[in-house]
Design a protein around this ligand. Structure first.
Ligand code: CS2
Length: 487
């Protein structure tokens, strides 16, 4: 029997139900990027706000790229379950906050109509780093991006995040307050989205650019919850706990955190009801999380991929990769400014513990995706800052070499195929593969300004990286990481 409004009362007794009258919900939030992360994170905070008594905040979910989720949710009256796992303990709940789900290419008029609706006071976005069409190193709009070129030529039939937001805003009555909340893992994500949307609008529509600047707010946020992409096994497990068939089931960790800059143009859901922290300055939280969690995650992902370790928990269990992850985190921590009152050492230990959560099937391949977007945000600021102070970061520099080696290899150290999923990678990978030796490979790689920026990198650093590439080529990833076991 499938999860639907009618059947949800047949779920197992311990499953938490929405607990409010869904038929009374009006639409108040529009979300772009209807993946698992949104449904297991912001949607739960909104669910808590609704549960606390405010029925204005039903979520209209929009998928820009992927038709499956809206279709699946529609077949379930937009209900889905979230199972939170911590070791052997698990709790399952049914979430009722989503009231509509659209695949934008098939429902563009509806999507733009909702963006123009003054009843929608908040837009949230999780479209991944690459969904913003920016140059990762400068965070400026990539005006040559095929989606941006398309949208500038077809302003009423957009397909990019920025194009859709701009087209919706153009139809929105002046004076209807809107807050656009970016929930992707980028530093100063709200400011960045504001800048990008402004740059996009300025190319063709100065009036819109002025509205973006003056009328819309873009709070910065730090979002955190480990939500692996669903697998057939995780879905089976979730369905067993739910007692109903749920094709949109999510399994994630129990931990969740959302820190939001208190800068809203109009009303918003009382996300505090779900534990969100509204604060004046989110930047220290963002920087700490992006470097220590996401930065270490990326290192685990490339090390794991090259060593044939498929999940984060498996990689953490490997003595070499586990020790290396700790070393990378320590290197990153050296440049992190803690938010006031935060104990960064305790935060780091808690992260390592979360990475060891064996109940999650969090694939290293998933985190390894889109490295050309992630590495410049997660590792390069710490490296730049350290090198400028004359300090080497042995583990972090090795992590960078692991990534470059991963990009130039077809197979891992067991001869199994590696498939990097990263639309930005081919030119970098081609340069690495075409190099005549490891020194040249580093030289060629660092010349990719979109990823590595335009400022030169110190000679000694380049030589160290080249030496790491040689170790990787001749003796493999384990040999490169084994130094952490002895330091
Ligand atoms: C991960 C993140 O896939 C990735 O790049 O590092 O999705 C990570 O799991 C979340 O940011 C945790 O909050």
């Amino acid at each position: 029997m499938r999860l639907t409004q009618r059947n949800c009362c047949r779920a197992n007794a311990e499953v938490q139900q929405p607990g409010y009258d869904r038929s009374r919900l009006s639409r108040g939030v529009l979300h772009l990027g209807l993946g698992a992360f949104h449904r297991a994170h912001q949607a739960l905070y909104t669910e808590a706000a609704i549960h606390a008594g405010d029925s204005r905040w039903g979520i209209v979910g929009v998928s820009l790229r992927e038709p499956r989720t809206p279709r699946t949710l529609a077949a379930q009256d937009f209900l889905y379950s979230v199972t939170e796992c911590e070791g052997a303990a698990a709790t399952t709940r049914v979430v009722g906050a989503v009231v509509q789900a659209w695949y934008a290419p098939h429902a563009l008029e509806e999507v733009l109509g909702a963006l123009a609706d003054p009843g929608i006071a908040v837009v949230t976005c999780t479209v991944t780093e690459k969904g913003y069409c920016l140059h990762p190193s400068s965070a400026d709009l990539d005006t040559q991006h095929p989606d941006i070129r398309h949208d500038l030529a077809h302003r009423d039939a957009p397909r990019s995040t920025l194009g859709v937001l701009a087209a919706g805003l153009r139809r929105r009555p002046a004076g209807a307050p809107l807050s656009i909340v970016c929930c992707d893992n980028m530093p100063t994500n709200g400011d960045t989205l504001r800048k990008l949307l402004g740059q996009y609008a300025a190319l063709k529509d100065p009036v819109l650019a002025r509205r973006v600047r003056d009328d819309v707010t873009f709070p910065n946020t730090m979002v955190d919850r480990i939500v692996p992409a669903a697998t057939p096994a995780s879905r089976r497990d979730a369905q067993r706990r739910l007692g109903l068939r749920d094709e949109a089931a999510i399994v994630c960790e129990a931990f969740t955190q959302w820190v939001i800059e208190d800068r809203f143009a109009g009303p918003r859901p009382a996300w505090e009801a779900g534990g969100a922290l509204l604060t004046g300055d989110v930047r220290p939280f963002q920087a700490m999380k992006l470097q220590l969690l996401n930065g270490t995650h990326s290192a685990i992902a490339y090390a794991g991929q090259l060593c044939g370790l498929q999940t984060v928990a498996e990689a953490m269990d490997d003595p070499l990769v586990g020790a290396f992850a700790r070393g990378v985190m320590a290197d990153l921590r050296a440049t992190v400014q803690a938010p006031p009152g935060y104990d960064v050492a305790a935060y780091s230990e808690a992260l390592l513990q979360r990475f060891r959560n064996a109940a999650l099937d969090h694939r290293t391949a998933q985190i390894a995706a889109d490295g050309t977007q992630k590495v410049p945000l997660r590792w390069l600021p710490a490296l730049r800052e350290s090198l400028a102070a004359g300090v080497a970061r042995p583990c972090l520099e090795r992590a960078l070499a692991l990534w470059l080696h991963y990009l130039r290899c077809d197979t891992n150290q067991h001869g199994e195929p590696l498939a990097a999923s990263d639309p930005g990678a081919p030119p970098l990978a081609a340069a690495l593969r075409g190099a005549h030796d490891d020194t040249d490979a580093i030289h060629q790689a660092l010349a990719h300004g979109a990823v590595f920026g335009e400022a030169p990198w110190p000679k000694q650093f380049q030589l160290r990286l080249a030496a790491h590439l040689t170790v990787l080529r001749e003796r493999g990833a384990a040999a490169l990481m084994s130094f952490t076991a002895t330091t």
